[in-house]
Design a protein around this ligand. Structure first.
Ligand SMILES: Nc1ncnc2c1ncn2[C@@H]1O[C@H](COP(=O)(O)OP(=O)(O)OP(=O)(O)O)[C@@H](O)[C@H]1O
Ligand SMILES: CC(C)(CO)[C@@H](O)C(=O)[O-]
Ligand code: BAL
Length: 280
């Protein structure tokens, strides 16, 4: 059986009110659909941690800085509802744009410093769109816990900052990146890779893991980063938008004694891939 699809906020509210009155906890897994094992790992964590689980599916127009990317984003609602069936989620919330942004909607939520570099610099307005829709989804679902993937590391840090700064009564639960057998992080956008490019794509995680190991062993960072760029170019990758070691939490420059992370956004075969790994 497929997951029960709920489209209106009124219907969702009726459910969440009943669950709250029964003293049940609510978990939310926000997604843009085209579900894969990465998303399902979040759903499984939510099922373990909460009495009730809502998966949201909304391709949020306000976080796309590139109209072509928005137009091409995969939309597979029926398959998504079917794949969630065996996990027995309580609701698949699929609002339309007018339910999320009714006429007259004019509030934008903007998170500070952590949203500025990397994705923020290369996708102007992206994190304002994410922070705004995540705030709306948290309010709409009344969730106690929300599950986010480490694959979108900067997004996770932005959402943590948002929740801390606005004292939102919700716990953010990070979930590790799920990777294919060759190491490529699962992503809806991987579907757009040609067969040849898909075979080349594992060079990205390999280069990141190798570089992170070298850095942890004390190798000279500029040389390590230059070697990683050479490896990617040799593997057929195009533009490297960023490849940088950052403080894991603030995404600013690394801070001695604090965890750091290596993050990248790279083009391959007309597809923009992102990934990140811990250093040390
Ligand atoms: N491989 C993965 N492992 C763990 N979590 C993931 C993975 N891929 C996506 N997620 C998480 O699922 C949630 C929804 O992400 P989203 O719907 O954008 O999927 P996606 O595959 O990342 O798509 P795309 O990268 O093309 O936008 C986010 O919290 C994201 O971090
Ligand atoms: C969190 C999110 C569902 C908000 O639209 C989106 O950015 C995503 O899929 O990671
Ligand atoms: N997976 C993060 C959402 C986005 O790329 O727009």
């Amino acid at each position: 059986m497929s997951a029960p699809i709920i489209r209106s906020l009124a219907e969702l509210r009726a459910l969440t009110r009943a669950w709250r009155q029964a003293g049940e906890s609510i978990g939310v897994v926000p997604t843009m659909g085209a579900l894969h094992e990465g998303h399902l790992s979040l759903v499984r964590a939510a099922k373990q941690g909460c009495d009730r689980v809502i998966v949201t599916l909304f391709v949020n127009p306000r976080q796309f800085n590139n109209p072509e990317d928005f137009a091409k984003y995969p939309r597979t609602e029926l398959a998504d509802a079917a794949i969630l069936g065996p996990l027995a989620v309580d609701a698949l919330f699929v609002p339309d744009a007018a339910e999320v942004y009714p006429a007259g909607h004019s509030t934008v939520v903007s998170v500070g410093d952590v949203s500025q570099p990397l994705e923020g610099a290369h996708r102007p307005g992206h994190f304002d769109g994410v922070a705004t829709v995540v705030t709306l989804l948290f309010n709409m679902t009344q969730a106690d816990r929300a599950y986010f993937g480490e694959k979108d590391w900067q997004q996770l840090q932005v959402v943590k900052r948002l929740v801390a700064d606005l004292n939102m009564p919700i716990e953010i639960v990070p979930c590790p990146s799920v990777r294919d057998a060759d190491g490529l992080a699962l992503s809806s956008r991987n579907q757009r890779l040609s067969r040849k490019a898909r075979a080349q794509a594992a060079a990205l995680p390999n280069a990141l893991f190798d570089a992170a190991t070298a850095m942890a062993e004390g190798a000279y960072e500029p040389e390590v980063l230059a070697a990683a760029r050479d490896t990617l170019a040799a593997a057929g990758f195009g533009e490297v938008e960023y490849l940088a070691r950052c403080d894991s939490e603030s995404l600013g420059p690394p801070i001695p004694g604090k965890p750091s992370r290596l993050l990248a956004a790279v083009w391959l075969d007309g597809v923009r891939l992102i990934d990140n790994v811990a250093v040390g």
